[in-house]
Design a binder for this molecule. Structure first.
Ligand SMILES: [Zn+2]
Length: 285
């Protein structure tokens, strides 16, 4: 077993907390852009990406020295694509692959949204997720789907992609439409400094974990072991090929041997109630 790609190879003392999928009153969100950002500041977020349906919200940066505001858009053709750190929308008649490629070329982050939304759990079909290339990842949790048909979670879809050898990250997003959703899901990004560039680099290269309530203080891969320490987990699970749980450890810290893992290994941290955190996968050969 060799480590092919470890997103946590570089580690820094600083973590930035925030949400990548936020609607404002410019589309179907509750509050105007500035008030939405203000609510994120009050929640203690370090960053927020505004992502209205097919319209780009702008807020004056100088009004918000406490938080990094990323511009973005939810490209809402038949299926939805989150485009973060972009300044223009794209027409709906472009192919999804073109939307991905144009976004990546412009320095953007591309996430395929809520794959299990809908009565058939197929907002994105498996065949699309496996055929499309160069996107950064999928939403493994989307809070607004808690209130709609389908499942808010897409860990099954993620494990299928990872098992095929696809290297995509898993993001937990609020998909904020109402202010009460703020704090329901976030991504904690490990960064060298508090800047837009460092934040985007961490989000694109997988140096983050997705959370809905569990805090991870350390994620390290060393000498064939994956070590995770949490502030509030009750159980840690090592997950590998086909989503199989290889090991469960009760408590808030664990050092998992990767010797039984195949293709990829990731850790799920289980907290009180529905609180969870998900590390990104370490890819193996
Ligand atoms: Zn949305």
């Amino acid at each position: 077993m060799l480590i092919a790609d470890n997103p946590y190879a570089q580690r820094y003392p600083l973590w930035l907390k925030g949400n990548l999928h936020t609607h404002t009153a410019l589309s179907d969100g509750e509050l105007p852009p500035e008030e939405t950002v203000q609510a994120c500041v009050r929640r203690g977020y370090d960053y927020v990406a505004l992502s209205d349906h097919d319209v780009i919200a702008a807020v004056p940066e100088e009004h918000f020295p406490q938080i990094i505001v990323l511009s973005g858009v939810e490209h809402s053709a038949q299926q939805h694509i989150l485009r973060v750190n972009v300044l223009s929308t794209l027409p709906h008649d472009l192919s999804y692959q073109s939307v991905i490629d144009l976004t990546v070329q412009a320095g953007g982050l591309v996430i395929l949204n809520h794959p299990n939304w809908g009565e058939n759990y197929d907002h994105w079909r498996d065949s699309q997720l496996s055929t499309l290339e160069r996107y950064h990842g999928i939403e493994i949790y989307n809070n607004v789907i808690e209130y709609l048909e389908g499942s808010a979670y897409a860990l099954d879809r993620w494990d299928r992609l990872l098992s095929q050898g696809k290297r995509v990250w898993g993001y937990a997003n609020e998909d904020t439409h109402r202010i009460f959703q703020i704090g329901s899901a976030w991504n904690m990004v490990n960064v060298r400094e508090r800047s837009r560039e460092a934040l985007l680099e961490g989000l694109k290269t997988g140096r983050f974990y997705a959370s809905r309530g569990v805090i991870l203080e350390e994620i390290a891969v060393e000498d064939g072991y994956l070590r995770v320490r949490s502030a509030n987990a009750k159980e840690l699970r090592l997950i590998s090929l086909n989503g199989e749980v290889l090991e469960r450890v009760t408590g808030s810290a664990a050092t998992f041997s990767l010797s039984q893992a195949r293709v990829y290994a990731r850790v799920e941290a289980i907290g009180e109630g529905s609180a969870r955190a998900w590390t990104q996968p370490v890819f193996l050969e």
